[in-house]
Design a protein around this ligand. Structure first.
Ligand code: SAM
Ligand code: DTB
Ligand code: SF4
Length: 335
């Protein structure tokens, strides 16, 4: 029988999980992981930047902000046919989920209609769909839901206290409001953050605390390790110690046991052994394909070889309604 999902985590409890002996932490995370998920299946997603660069926001990690000179080539919203071609190629290369990202603060309605058309076509290919387009109003969330979008990605990025060090052009509450609009229309939330931005362990705990204490756990939790991009204020940030990254994944898995935990940005500089530890800690999704949005990702052949070496299989996409986690509704888990 599953324990009820908790939404009342205190910071000291989360920090205590981080402080467990590594083997104890891994055992707890892996034990819970097996109650909710197939321990040898990893979901394979592909990202596509459908509108690149020239973003008015000042997120200190981001190569797409217009405020930093990162040498990025700015690109307008991609034509529908090109998106469909890329989605079909991703599916043929083994992806079951396709995530479209746009460097917007928030979409204009006329652009949102174009994205809605993309969602319809990508879904028709049999792919699970996700989009990340910035802040949404309630009616924009409804437009995406009506188009059949499965998940909306909008990250909290870091703890409430550290947030102001990273972004000044929108506040934490703006992010919470967008997430509420997404939940209210019945779409699944994909919400996580970035570690390795110079934050403390308490901030990493604070990010996970904020995520788990949302009115509903995110259905999907991307954990990104900062990709240090030249020209951004965080270009010289010290790389997060590898075991601390694994601990972050494990604590996310323990606090949000039913969620998909996605090993997201930062894999290009991770060894196979580190990635294997992340899977053991409860990560069960990766981004596959030579690029994330604008930065690099491991070679597709390297991923294939890693899956073979670890005996991992690719999991199908999840297009079930939002309250269902591995066949169990939150209500059933709580009962
Ligand atoms: N503009 C929209 C927004 O910010 O909501 C959507 C696109 S934005 C690039 C999506 C997410 O990518 C960000 O929330 C951030 O967590 C992640 N990201 C961006 N740059 C990154 C980097 N250098 N390293 C790791 N993650 C990054
Ligand atoms: C998320 O949390 N990570 C992905 C996805 N959501 C959109 C994006 C990572 C972007 C890394 C930097 C880049 O490639 O531009
Ligand atoms: Fe813009 Fe999103 Fe990058 Fe922030 S993370 S600068 S909002 S593209």
């Amino acid at each position: 029988m599953h324990q009820p999902l908790r939404h009342d985590w205190r910071r000291d409890e989360v920090v205590a999980l981080f402080e467990l002996p590594f083997n104890d932490l891994m055992f707890r995370a892996q034990s819970l992981h097996r109650q909710y998920h197939d321990a040898n299946a990893v979901q394979v997603s592909t990202l596509l930047s459908i509108k690149t660069g020239a973003c008015p926001e000042d997120c200190a990690y981001c190569p797409q902000s217009a405020r930093f000179d990162t040498g990025l080539k700015v690109e307008k919203l991609m034509p529908l046919a090109d998106v469909v071609t890329r989605a079909r190629a991703a599916r043929d290369a083994g992806a079951s989920r396709f995530c479209m990202g746009a460097a917007w603060r928030s979409p204009r309605d006329k652009d949102l209609d174009k994205v809605a058309a993309m969602v319809r076509e990508v879904k028709a290919l049999g792919l699970e769909t996700c989009a990340t387009l910035g802040m949404l109003s309630a009616s924009q969330a409804q437009t995406l839901k009506d188009a059949g979008l499965d998940y909306y990605n909008h990250n909290l990025d870091t703890s409430p206290e550290y947030y102001g060090e990273i972004i000044s052009t929108r506040c934490y509450q703006d992010r919470l409001d967008t997430l509420a609009h997404v939940r209210d229309v019945g779409m699944k939330t994909c919400c996580g953050g970035i570690v390795g931005m110079g934050e403390s362990r308490s901030d990493r705990a604070g990010l996970l605390q904020a995520l788990a204490n949302l009115p509903a756990h995110p259905d999907s939790v991307p954990i990104n390790r900062l990709v240090q991009v030249a020209g951004t204020p965080l270009a010289e940030a010290a790389e997060l110690e590898a075991f601390e990254f694994v601990r972050t994944i494990a604590v996310a898995r323990i606090m949000m046991p039913a969620a998909m935990v996605r090993l997201s940005a930062g894999r290009e500089t991770m060894s196979d052994e580190l990635q294997a530890l992340c899977f053991l800690a409860g990560a069960n999704s990766i981004f596959h394909g030579e690029k994330l949005l604008t930065t690099g990702n491991p070679d597709t052949e390297a991923d294939r070889a890693l899956f073979a070496r670890l005996g991992l299989t690719a999991m199908p996409g999840d297009t079930a309604p939002r309250t269902v986690h591995a066949g169990i509704t939150e209500q059933e888990i709580a009962a």
